[in-house]
Design a protein around this ligand. Structure first.
Ligand code: HEC
Ligand code: HEC
Ligand code: HEC
Ligand code: HEC
Ligand code: HEC
Ligand code: HEC
Length: 512
């Protein structure tokens, strides 16, 4: 056989290295072609083609280089020729061919590794990489994200943002995540990165410009009670989402007060920022108000020692995309959209009941939901169970869907694990500060008047009582709890913490 390569290439290390590099290169090309033609995007292909195989390719080349170097040392010590570097003679046709071969190879390698690292970078930024690579682990966050208003906003737009610094930072923490997944060390549910999120000014505010919040936004809610008739109540709220631009006219509302000109800072006494005993508001003219909780006041030493946080988007919108709905809300929405037939007796109570039961896996839940709902109507409304068989089947289907989108038993994740700070019904949210019990040094109270943040435009209970007013109505709680809603936090009843009494009697009494 005629030897085409310089003599120093002919050793096992070099040839082995070259074979590894060649194979990796071939496989990369193969996967690229496959990925190109299949159209569908698969997270694992990306990891293999852009991260693992290139590492083998470079490793193979490095090993081949070491082999050449060692072989040259050996050849030199054994031969009398004290030649340092190969002599290239461009008039020699064999040398010409070798030069052309080596330079083309080097150029190709540079082009491909440039292309490869760009692909690797793009792939690491993709939602598939973030959301699907470790499928079970990220399934809750990815599923919720896919069903949220931000489904088309990449994970990295909020979690990393622009600039190289945060990219590198995220890859370092990513390496730890890879380790924790490989060795099964991750927590279930995944902890919220509440103290490590990039400041909202550098993420959210790239798309949502705080000066562009105007006027009010109308929210229409439909609720169904947990009685046999699924009594309906509708509520129209005008939420004062304004804020906006002082130069363009008067400013008022939720966003202006919170962010543009006023500096609101607070101290929280727990990791998840749910308990806020101390709040300071500094107006543009320098007027400062410090509001202290009358229930859990901090003393001066505590205040000095604690870290204050300047309020930003995340203090209210902490779940803009990983939204896990409370069951009552999901079921109300489906009944309002007529996807669950509201004429099925006790449908609301039954649906919420099956959703809140504990299951070991998603598949087990889907089976039980079918068995319990089907069984309930067959046992209690035999005639209706036959007449409304399609409606019952659809209810089962819809409730299974709600479960799959909002409960992840494998990751111990559901709406209960992650407080949502918008509003005040299921979690304290705005009422962490606006509970009417935060008072300033001059006696000013952080208002929890029901008209501070929204007004009730209209409400309607059943078919008979309907009220409307553009000036705002007094709130009427949908079921009679006298004035408990004025004295207690809404979440005291609406977010029954573990072990607490359920809000309403469950449809199927617990076995004695
Ligand atoms: C619109 C912005 C936004 C997008 C897009 C986004 N996230 Fe998040 N993510 C957040 C915020 C904010 C939190 C912190 C939640 C909190 O403080 O309660 C968070 C928290 C998380 C957590 C911690 C667990 C939890 O639910 O608190 C994980 C894991 C996560 N995100 C993964 C992802 C993945 C994967 C994607 C893409 C598929 C993604 N995120 C897209 C804003 C976003
Ligand atoms: C890459 C651009 C982008 C980023 C970054 C982004 N958003 Fe959005 N956001 C959008 C778009 C687009 C919509 C509108 C979706 C629609 O109307 O369907 C939206 C909608 C919203 C809404 C209204 C949701 C609703 O129910 O109507 C809120 C609130 C919001 N974003 C908050 C945030 C917060 C908080 C952050 C930072 C954690 C953030 N966004 C980051 C693009 C972005
Ligand atoms: C004091 C709490 C609070 C802060 C701070 C806050 N928001 Fe909001 N925001 C709300 C509430 C409440 C609503 C209306 C209810 C809803 O959308 O669920 C809202 C609505 C929105 C909407 C939808 C508006 C519309 O007209 O459809 C966007 C977008 C938004 N916020 C983005 C942001 C961004 C970006 C920041 C940070 C610069 C921010 N918000 C800071 C409470 C807040
Ligand atoms: C960290 C504490 C804190 C939280 C949480 C908070 N606020 Fe506030 N809020 C304040 C402070 C402080 C002021 C300004 C009081 C002042 O004028 O000195 C204020 C003022 C307001 C105002 C203007 C009231 C007025 O007198 O005109 C509105 C509206 C408002 N908040 C809405 C909300 C909404 C809606 C939420 C929940 C999404 C919320 N706030 C959550 C601290 C908070
Ligand atoms: C500090 C501001 C603030 C105050 C004070 C306030 N609310 Fe709200 N409320 C909100 C916001 C913001 C929402 C919208 C949440 C969402 O759906 O995004 C809301 C939503 C609601 C809803 C719909 C709840 C749901 O999720 O279905 C009801 C009902 C309601 N408020 C009643 C009241 C009553 C009654 C009072 C007086 C005791 C009150 N609110 C005081 C900010 C406030
Ligand atoms: C003493 C306990 C208690 C308090 C406090 C309370 N509620 Fe309720 N609430 C109930 C009960 C019980 C129901 C009926 C639930 C059902 O039939 O499924 C209910 C139903 C509702 C519904 C309809 C829910 C649905 O999913 O159909 C809304 C909205 C509501 N309450 C708002 C509020 C608000 C806002 C507050 C705080 C201002 C509040 N509640 C405080 C006990 C309470």
């Amino acid at each position: 056989m005629q030897r085409k390569l310089p003599p120093s290439f002919y050793n096992f290390t070099t040839l082995g290295g070259l074979v590894v590099a060649g194979l990796s290169f071939g496989l990369i090309l193969f996967l690229l072609v496959l990925d190109w033609f299949s159209g569908a995007s698969r997270p694992y292909v990306g990891i293999i083609a852009f991260m693992i195989l290139p590492a083998f390719l470079l490793g193979g080349l490095a090993i081949a280089g070491v082999g050449v170097w060692r072989e040259r040392l050996r050849l030199r010590s054994s031969s009398a020729v004290a030649q340092q570097l190969p002599v290239v003679d461009l008039n020699n046709p064999r040398h010409q061919a070798a030069v052309v071969f080596v330079t083309t190879g080097a150029l190709l390698l540079i082009v491909f590794s440039g292309f490869g690292s760009f692909q690797a970078y793009e792939h690491m930024e993709s939602d598939e990489f973030c959301g699907q690579t470790c499928h079970t682990v990220m399934n809750p966050e990815y599923t919720a994200y896919k069903n949220s208003p931000h489904a088309r906003v990449g994970c990295v737009k909020c979690h990393i943002g622009p600039g190289a610094g945060w990219f590198v930072k995220s890859k370092i923490s990513g390496a730890y995540q890879l380790y924790s997944v490989a060795f099964n060390k991750y927590s279930r549910p995944i902890a919220t990165p509440i103290h490590n999120l990039r400041p909202a000014q550098e993420t959210c505010e790239n798309c949502h410009w705080p000066r562009q919040f105007f006027s009010e936004k109308r929210f229409t809610y439909s609720y169904y009670a947990s009685d046999a008739k699924n009594s309906k109540w509708t509520l129209d709220l005008l939420v004062k989402v304004g804020g906006g631009n002082g130069q363009a006219g008067p400013t008022a509302g939720i966003h202006w007060h919170m962010n543009i000109n006023n500096k609101v800072s607070y101290i929280s006494s727990d990791e998840t920022r749910q308990t806020i005993p101390w709040v300071r508001a500094v107006a543009p003219d320098g007027t400062t108000n410090v509001y202290q909780s009358t229930e859990k006041p901090l003393n001066a030493a505590d205040v000095n020692e604690s870290k204050t946080r300047r309020m930003d988007c995340i203090d209210c919108h902490n779940r803009p995309t990983h939204i896990y709905s409370p069951p009552a809300r999901s079921v109300d929405n489906l009944m309002a959209a007529n996807r669950i037939d509201a004429s099925l007796p006790s449908a609301k109570n039954l649906a919420v009941f099956v959703l809140e039961k504990t299951y070991t896996t998603g598949a087990a839940a889907a089976d039980s939901i079918k068995a319990i709902i089907g069984g309930y109507y067959a046992a209690n409304y035999a005639e209706l169970a036959t007449a409304k068989q399609p409606q019952i089947a659809q209810m089962i289907f819809e409730v299974q869907g709600v479960y799959a989108r909002n409960y992840f038993p494998e990751m111990k994740t559901s709406w209960k694990g992650y407080p949502d700070n918008i509003g005040h019904m299921y979690f304290n949210g705005c009422f962490r500060c606006h509970d009417g019990k935060h008072v300033s040094q001059t006696g000013k109270v952080l208002s929890n008047d029901c008209n501070t943040c929204h007004i009730v435009l209209s409400d309607k209970i059943g078919a008979d009582t309907s009220r409307t007013s553009v000036k705002g109505l007094d709130f009427g709680h949908p079921v009679n709890i006298s004035d408990a809603w004025k004295k207690q936090q809404c979440s005291d009843c609406h977010n029954p913490a573990a072990g607490a009494k359920p809000l309403v009697e469950p449809i199927i009494p617990a076995k004695k």
